[in-house]
Write a protein that binds this ligand. Structure first.
Ligand SMILES: Nc1ncnc2c1ncn2[C@@H]1O[C@H](COP(=O)(O)OP(=O)(O)O)[C@@H](O)[C@H]1O
Ligand SMILES: [Mg+2]
Length: 259
């Protein structure tokens, strides 16, 4: 299942934040959203996941308008990892992951054997077995992020939205999270839409990149077409050189000055 957005407009109060956003994310693709701070990336993730209602336009998953579905119905198809998360103080990894099952339960219903099997499956897929009884507060940043991804997986979604999943992680954890996302995308045919700050990582891990500038789509294309000097200059105000990464078969860039 993919995502289709048509002519989205989103406001905060009187202020127009997103303007005329139309995009399609195909099933099984990884799409990254890039753009300067304040360009509307998080707002777009929220609008696509039904957390904010647009003033105009629609979002469809599986040909259904998400605003005609309930929160639970959406949560069974789509999991979201927001940019800032309120971590409950003293819960274990397994408890956190089990929250992912709630969209599948009826009101007041408890988790059953099948639910716990899925929880353990999600823990295994994110290589957290040895941490499952640890308190979340005792995990490193990278492990914590994996625990949140495990919770998302326990929802058994077809679509995963991640808002800056690598921010605040050191480079090895950044790669670990992105490798995990890529592995889940391939093995489960999970559709992934994520906000990334690092343009080189976006180029390496994405099928397509959506560039947002001042709440509008500047361009939406494959990494090779996106990563050009024009992008660096017009969107990020830097000059840089673009090279080809022969190992990962994608473009990468080195910035050299702000203009
Ligand atoms: N709850 C809010 N109320 C008012 N303005 C907001 C709110 N959230 C974000 N904004 C504004 O919307 C714009 C886009 O924000 P955001 O989507 O968070 O950008 P990004 O994720 O690209 O940094 C910014 O100008 C921001 O100040
Ligand atoms: Mg943001």
């Amino acid at each position: 299942m993919g995502i289709l957005a048509k002519n989205l407009y989103v406001n905060y109060g009187e202020k127009e934040i997103l303007k005329n956003i139309s995009l399609e994310v195909k099933k099984g693709d990884i799409v990254s959203i890039i753009g300067p701070n304040g360009s509307g990336k998080s707002t777009l993730i929220k609008a696509l996941s039904r957390c904010i209602k647009p003033v105009k336009g629609s979002v469809y998953i599986d040909n259904e308008d998400i605003f005609s579905l309930s929160t639970k119905q959406v949560a069974r198809k789509m999991a979201i990892l927001p940019q800032s998360k309120n971590t409950p103080a003293d819960i274990t990894v397994r408890e956190l992951v089990s929250y992912g099952r709630y969209p599948h339960l009826k009101f007041g219903q408890r988790l059953g054997k099948k639910d716990y099997e899925i929880v353990d499956w999600a823990i295994e897929r994110t290589k957290l077995k040895e941490f499952k009884n640890r308190y979340l507060s005792t995990l490193s940043g990278g492990e914590k992020q994996r625990a949140w991804i495990a919770m998302s997986l326990a929802q058994k979604p077809e679509i995963l939205l991640l808002d800056e999943p690598t921010t605040f992680l050191d480079i090895s954890y950044q790669l670990e999270v992105l490798e995990l996302v890529e592995e889940l995308n391939k093995s489960l045919n999970l559709t992934v839409l994520m906000v990334l700050h690092d343009l080189n990582q976006a180029a390496r891990y994405s099928d397509n990149i959506l560039v947002l500038k001042d709440g509008e789509i500047w361009e939406y294309d494959n990494p090779k077409s996106i990563l050009r000097k024009k992008l660096l200059k017009e969107v990020f105000r830097v000059d840089g050189h673009i090279y080809k990464d022969e190992i990962n078969h994608c473009p990468y860039f080195i910035p050299y000055k702000v203009n």
